[in-house]
Design a protein around this ligand. Structure first.
Ligand SMILES: Cc1ncc(COP(=O)(O)O)c(C=O)c1O
Ligand SMILES: N[C@@H](CCOP(=O)(O)O)C(=O)O
Length: 466
């Protein structure tokens, strides 16, 4: 399979290079030139598979030129064996046709583990084979960071630098990162927002001189295609459990960087009968404003009770825009340049009407998040939603257009990561699981840095003695 950049100017690459490259050299994002497509019969045959077996089927066509069948089987099975629920991604029923898919049974209690446990193993395999050393640079609003650290801490060949916005992640999220004291793990608190951290990652890909040619720079954010690919699997898994391919299924997804829901869009393009994809945002609602008013325009980022979604510029939205501009890199280059210059774009109205047939959207305030948590706990026997998932559940209830079609909200994080919302909902604070119960006593290590590229690069050079 060949991968092309959304901006049309970067070299066409195979999977392994794409995984090792992160951002394309023209500033775009890599995406398959064409997607594999499964027929209804083929999808029906997946129905009896366990999670890891299904993952092998879905992932195989994307990585065929990277891993042998034997290695693929070994790595994928090992990846999903570390999840703490037998079903890996269990479904919980809230109402007749309303479901929640729990994606928080991995090592860091958020959906990011699905892709980052796999990516860590893939990177290790590749760098080992090539005999190369790498620097991983990531931005996190709280969950990608710990999942990336957990996925990559054992990789002999990498040093991992994770930037989080100082004082803007929950205590549990911060501690999950900063209490990992391995020599190759470096946590940085940036005096700024998640968007500032993400901009530093992108600027570093555009200017890699600070590594002096000694190391390869790798991205673990969802700009890395391998992240999206791994997340496609659970859409198939949920839909198959609910009657696909003989029945349509809708999904509601708490959305920030547009990676998770974009994986749902890819699943649909691969043949899964997805009726609707519903975007749930908090008050940092650029994506909701796009789907509601055809206005993709930056505003001031505001802290919320759902900090992982405190994101204004959604990286993966560029991948959808690419499709909405005839997959023409030149056109997209112009669109992104206009966005960079004015901070605001809209698309051709006919295209926008068409995309809304698939995508719905909704926005929740903090008060609505608390009310949803409270309401669901009352009606479902104390079932706890984390604040991000609550945004998804409300979006499903507001936007889902059919009573006949099941709707699945992706439960993206465990409620224990965000106790403040639970307590505000008048519910008992959830307890950390046994294996994490001493998290608050573990020593922390991180460096606070100003939001400045030269300062960041200097810190990395000093740490690695480059
Ligand atoms: C708990 C949680 N929910 C939802 C999201 C949004 O996912 P995405 O950025 O892929 O849209 C994130 C992170 O981005 C998250 O950490
Ligand atoms: N919510 C994310 C933000 C980064 O998104 P990513 O999916 O592009 O890595 C986080 O928790 O860090």
């Amino acid at each position: 399979m060949k991968y092309i950049s959304t901006r049309g100017q970067a070299p066409v690459l195979g999977f392994e290079e794409v995984m090792l490259t992160g951002l394309a050299s023209d500033g775009g994002l890599y995406i398959p030139e064409s997607l594999p497509h499964f027929t209804k019969d083929e999808i029906a045959r997946f129905a009896s598979l366990e999670y890891a077996e299904l993952a092998i089927e879905i992932i195989r066509p994307f990585v065929a030129d990277f891993l042998s069948e034997e290695k693929l089987q070994e790595v994928v099975k090992e990846t999903y064996s570390v999840f703490r629920h037998k079903a890996v991604a269990p479904l919980v029923q809230l109402d007749t046709n309303e479901w929640v898919m729990e994606l928080f049974h991995g090592p860091t209690l958020a959906f990011k583990d699905f892709a980052l446990q796999l990516l860590g193993r893939f990177l290790d395999e590749s760098l080992d084979h090539r005999g190369e050393k790498a620097v991983i640079l990531g931005a996190t609003s709280g969950d990608t960071g710990s999942a990336a650290i957990e996925g990559c801490r054992a990789c002999e060949h990498v040093d991992i630098f994770i930037m989080h916005p100082h004082n803007r992640v929950s205590d549990v999220q911060r501690r999950q990162m900063t209490t990992v004291l391995a020599d190759n793990v470096h946590n940085i608190a940036i005096e700024g927002t998640f968007d500032d951290c993400q901009a530093l990652v992108k600027a570093s890909f555009a200017d890699q001189a600070f590594l002096k040619g000694h190391r390869r720079l790798i991205a673990v954010n969802s700009i890395n295609w391998a992240r999206i690919m791994a997340q496609v699997v659970y859409y198939f898994y949920a839909a198959l459990s609910l009657g696909a391919p003989h029945r349509e299924v809708s999904f509601s997804v708490p959305t920030g960087n547009f990676g998770d829901i974009f994986a749902g869009y890819i699943a649909k393009r691969m043949g899964l009968p997805v009726k609707q994809l519903i975007v749930g945002t908090n008050r940092n609602d650029i994506l909701h404003r796009f789907f509601a008013d055809n206005s993709y325009s930056k505003e001031q980022l505001e802290p919320t009770l759902s900090p992982s979604m405190d994101i204004m510029v959604s990286s993966n939205f560029e991948r959808l825009l690419f499709d909405l501009h005839d997959r023409d890199g030149e056109k997209l280059q112009a669109v992104m340049a206009a966005f960079d210059e004015s901070g605001s774009i809209s698309i051709d109205p006919a295209r926008w009407e068409a995309v809304k047939e698939l995508f719905g959207s909704d926005r929740s305030s903090d008060e609505e998040v608390v009310a949803t948590i409270q309401h669901v706990a009352n009606e479902s026997d104390g079932y706890l939603l984390d604040p991000h998932t609550a945004i998804g559940v409300k979006a499903a209830r507001v936007c889902h257009s059919s009573n006949e079609v099941p709707v699945v909200t992706l439960a993206t994080a465990h409620p224990v990561k965000f106790p403040e919302s639970i307590v505000r909902a008048g519910l008992d604070e959830p307890k950390l699981p046994e294996w994490l119960s001493d998290l608050n006593e573990r020593p922390e290590r991180y460096q606070v840095l100003e939001d400045n590229k030269a300062t960041l690069h200097g810190y990395i050079q000093e740490t690695l003695k480059l």
